[in-house]
Design a protein around this ligand. Structure first.
Ligand code: SAM
Ligand code: SF4
Length: 326
C-alpha cells in the first residue's frame, strides 16, 4: 500500500527476538537485556497473522531479524509458514552467522540448509572484521571462526544471495576495508559497508568513530560503479575481476528516506513507522481485522524523513538496535 507521501510500502522487517548470543558494542549492552515476560512477546501465530495481514495490503518482501533470529527456538517453523503466505515473494534473514554451520536437529543438515529448505532465499550476515581478536572485542564474546564457518555454510547451501554487512568504526576496522572488499574476489557475495548510526546502543562511541562511506570509496580507488547502481538502500560497485560486488549504505551521509519502502515489527509486537522515531503501534492480541487496520495506520504514520541525524542529534528512539531489528 502507499503511504501519505506516495511511497509504495512493500517490505516488512520482522524481529523474532530481542535476545542475542553476541553483544556487539554498537548494538547491545554488555549484560544483555532485561528479559521481558513471555506474554509481552509475539507468539509464532501472531507473527504469521501479521505477515498475512501485511501481504493482504501488498507487502511482498519479508526480512526475519532480531536480536539474533537463530536463538529463537521455532525459527524454522516461522520461516516455513511465512514463506507460504500468499503474496510474500521472498523471505530473507539477517544473522551474525555464528550458528549457521550448526547441525539442524538430527537431520544431518546444517542450519543454513534447513533455513533454505524452510523457504529463506537470501541471507545478510554481519562481519565487521577479519581479525579474530578484533572480532572477539567488538562482539564481546563471539568467535570469528564460527562466523566464517557460517558464511561458508551459507555459500554451500545455494541461497539466491549472500550479503555481508560491515559497520564502519573509526580506529577499529577502517584499515580492513581493502581486505574486506577483496572477499568479493573469492566469494560471490555483496560486501556492504554501513555507516554506524547514533542509536542508544552506540552511545559508547563518539563522533570520531563515525566513518562516512565516502572514505571507503577513497580507500578503494579501483572500484567501478555497476550499471544497476542502486539495490535497495545500497550503492553498488565492483572491483576488477571480482565475482561479488561492494555496496555502500549511507544512512547518515545520504539518507534514503525518499525511497523508504519498509515497516518494522518488533518481537514485543510494536509496529514502527520509522527506525529513528519512538512512535510505535501495538499489535499484541489483535485479530486478523485488527492487525490489518493497525498495519494500515502505521504505514500512514510514516514520516517524510527522520530529521537531522548525527552524533549531536542522535536517533530519537529509546530502543537499542537488537530491540528493533536493524
Ligand atoms: N543479529 C543479527 C546481525 O547482527 O546480523 C541481526 C540483528 S542486527 C540488530 C541487524 C543489523 O543492525 C546488523 O547488520 C548490525 O550490524 C546493524 N546495526 C546494529 N547497530 C547498528 C548501529 N548503531 N549502526 C549501524 N548498524 C547497526
Ligand atoms: Fe547481536 Fe546482531 Fe546486535 Fe551484534 S548486531 S549484538 S549480533 S543483534
Amino acid at each position: 500500500m502507499k503511504d501519505r507521501y506516495g511511497r509504495e510500502i512493500r517490505y516488512l522487517r520482522l524481529s523474532v527476538t530481542e535476545r542475542c548470543n553476541l553483544r556487539c558494542r554498537y548494538c547491545m549492552p554488555e549484560n544483555g537485556i532485561c528479559k521481558k515476560a513471555r506474554e509481552e512477546m509475539l507468539t509464532e501465530d501472531e507473527m504469521i497473522l501479521a505477515v498475512e495481514a501485511a501481504a493482504s495490503l501488498g507487502f511482498q518482501k519479508l526480512r526475519i531479524t532480531g536480536g539474533e533470529p537463530m536463538v529463537r527456538r521455532n525459527l524454522l517453523s516461522v520461516c516455513r509458514r511465512a514463506s507460504r503466505v500468499s503474496g510474500i515473494e521472498e523471505v530473507c534473514l539477517t544473522t551474525n552467522a555464528t550458528m549457521l554451520a550448526d547441525p539442524a536437529g538430527g537431520t544431518g543438515r546444517t542450519m543454513a540448509a534447513a533455513l533454505r529448505e524452510a523457504g529463506v532465499s537470501r541471507v545478510n550476515i554481519s562481519l565487521d572484521t577479519l581479525d579474530p581478536r578484533r572480532y572477539a572485542w567488538i562482539t564481546r564474546r563471539g568467535s570469528l571462526k564460527d562466523a566464517l564457518a557460517g558464511i561458508e555454510a551459507a555459500l554451500d547451501t545455494g541461497f539466491e544471495k549472500v550479503k555481508l554487512n560491515c559497520v564502519l568504526i573509526g580506529s577499529f576496522n577502517e584499515d580492513e576495508v581493502p581486505a574486506l572488499a577483496q572477499l568479493t574476489l573469492k566469494w560471490p557475495v555483496d560486501m556492504r559497508f554501513i555507516e554506524m548510526m547514533p542509536m542508544p546502543g552506540a552511545a559508547g562511541f563518539g563522533p570520531e568513530a563515525f566513518i562516512p562511506c565516502s572514505r571507503v570509496l577513497e580507500a578503494l580507488p579501483d572500484l567501478v560503479p555497476v550499471r544497476e547502481a542502486r539495490e535497495g538502500v545500497a550503492r553498488l560497485y565492483r572491483l576488477p575481476d571480482a565475482i561479488g560486488r561492494v555496496g555502500m549504505i549511507s544512512p547518515m551521509e545520504d539518507h534514503f528516506c525518499g525511497a523508504c519502502d519498509r515497516l518494522r515489527l518488533t518481537a514485543d509486537g510494536k509496529l514502527r513507522p520509522c527506525l529513528h522515531s519512538a512512535a510505535e503501534y501495538s499489535v499484541k492480541g489483535l485479530d486478523a481485522a485488527g492487525m490489518k487496520a493497525r498495519i494500515e495506520a502505521a504505514v500512514l504514520a510514516k514520516p517524510a524523513w527522520h530529521g537531522d541525524l548525527d552524533w549531536n542529534n542522535p536517533s530519537g528512539d529509546r530502543r537499542r538496535m537488537n530491540q528493533i531489528g536493524g
